[in-house]
Design a binder for this molecule. Structure first.
Ligand code: NIG
Ligand code: FE
Length: 426
């Protein structure tokens, strides 16, 4: 018999339409707040959510001998939310790029630095020359820093290896930090991130490289290392036609796709991704109306990345109001990477999604919980309701709108991962 746990004396933010609602697929138009609330978990699953005064008799710790034993946890009046989901990160890499950030401050653009051989390619070099142990240690540290601010599920992309060996290594490291810590890690293969140096200057260099990306995908999938497939569709990345070849290979293997789309220019990448039932399109500063319509029809999530927008001092805002009006679900993520978004605070991204992109605090929080989970194809988390996974975050806050209010550092008291208290030991 799995032990029952009662988490009580908390303001519970369910993000479900009604307290205890068991239909977790329809996010609330409000916070779903339960003052003096309680949650009952069994193993890694939530069994019951509601007001403490409505706690069913079988879950009261003082129930008679016949009742299943229950361990009570007094949360001391804290705020309890779903564990946060960071649905877009590039967490596994060697080195950093502070030098490029300084060059940008002096006027060089991201694109100029990339075309001069810096950018993604300089991180590829540092990643290839790092040992697997060094990659593992740095990725674990970053993952625990995300966790210290409420994150319980993280997507990690490859894309700094750009050879079969090195991409496999990054994906193995991503899987390993997940299983070591007990946090959920979803891996995304981003072989189509940049052209590696060994292909530069060869005939049909980008097309030849895309051939290799597709071949490697079969191998990486066979090794069980891939949950989804992504590409960088951009003038400094890959063309829509090249992106499509990667997507066709992924879908033929039954893998879902996502896209770095319309970050620096409109390539109509979002519409292309929607044709392949993409889980998400990410960045989207230059997203067109037809892209929005295609995403809406395909149920594709729009992942907003205010960290990259801010660090690149972009001027073009993603079309938030049009996305909102079209009813496209919006997620918010860190895009943690050494080039354009060296942050490990998802709450800071919520703040910036509100100040820079004009999301409401509720939209921002839905964007780092239920919509972020959907961007990963996960339907078992992101809300607090019976049947959902018991991933929760405990905050010394009164109201969840504070998640998007404080900025700079918002540690959570602790998280609950799969029904167990999780203290990231930093
Ligand atoms: O999401 N745009 C492409 N990929 C990353 C940046 C990668 C890098 O510069 O290292 C992004 O912003
Ligand atoms: Fe990214």
């Amino acid at each position: 018999m799995t032990a029952l746990h009662l988490w009580h004396n908390a303001t519970v933010c369910t993000l479900t339409p009604a307290p205890g609602n068991t239909v977790p697929d329809s996010p609330a138009p409000d916070w779903g707040l339960i003052p003096y609330g309680a949650v009952v978990t069994e193993g890694d699953t939530i069994r019951w959510v509601g007001a403490y005064s409505d706690l069913p008799a079988q879950y009261t710790p003082s129930a008679g001998q016949t009742a299943q034993p229950i361990t009570a946890h007094d949360l001391g009046g804290a705020l309890l939310t779903p564990g946060l989901v960071d649905c877009h990160t590039h967490l596994v890499y060697g080195g950093h790029r502070a030098n490029e950030a300084e060059m940008r401050l002096q006027g060089a653009s991201y694109e100029q630095i990339a075309r001069a051989g810096g950018g993604i390619r300089s991180t590829v070099q540092a990643t290839r020359s790092a040992s697997e142990t060094a990659l593992l240690e740095s990725a674990r540290k970053r993952l625990l820093q995300l966790a210290a601010q409420g994150v319980t599920t993280v997507e990690i992309k490859s894309g700094y290896g750009l050879s079969l060996e090195s991409e496999a290594r990054s994906l193995r490291v991503a899987r390993a930090v997940g299983s070591e810590t007990g946090l959920t890690v979803r891996t995304t293969y981003l072989g189509a991130h940049a052209l590696p140096p060994e292909y530069a200057g060869t005939p049909h260099e980008a097309d030849a490289y895309i051939d290799a990306v597709c071949t490697w995908l079969h191998e990486l999938h066979a090794q069980g290392l891939v949950d989804a497939v992504d590409a960088f569709c951009e003038t400094i990345g890959f063309s829509p036609a090249q992106t499509e070849r990667v997507f066709a290979t992924a879908r033929a293997l039954g893998l879902p796709v996502k896209l770095h789309a319309e970050q620096l220019s409109n390539q109509e990448g979002a519409a292309l991704a929607a044709r392949y039932q993409a889980l998400s399109c990410d960045h989207l500063e230059y997203l067109s109306d037809s892209g929005i319509a295609a995403m809406r029809a395909a149920g594709t999530v729009a992942v907003l990345l205010p960290g990259a927008f801010y660090a690149l001092r972009e001027k073009q805002l993603p079309p938030i109001d049009a996305l909102r009006r079209a009813g496209v679900p919006m997620a918010v993520a860190t895009d943690h990477n050494p080039g354009t978004s060296p942050t490990l605070s998802l709450p800071l991204m919520l703040h910036m999604a509100c100040t820079l992109f004009r999301l409401t605090p509720l939209e921002a929080v839905l964007g780092a919980t239920v919509h972020a989970a959907r961007a990963l194809g996960l339907h078992d988390r992101g809300q607090l309701a019976a049947g959902q996974r018991a991933d929760m975050a405990v905050w010394q806050l009164q109201h969840p709108n504070e998640l998007a209010y404080w900025f700079g550092n918002l540690p959570c008291q602790h998280t609950i991962v799969g029904g167990q208290v999780f203290h990231p030991a930093l």
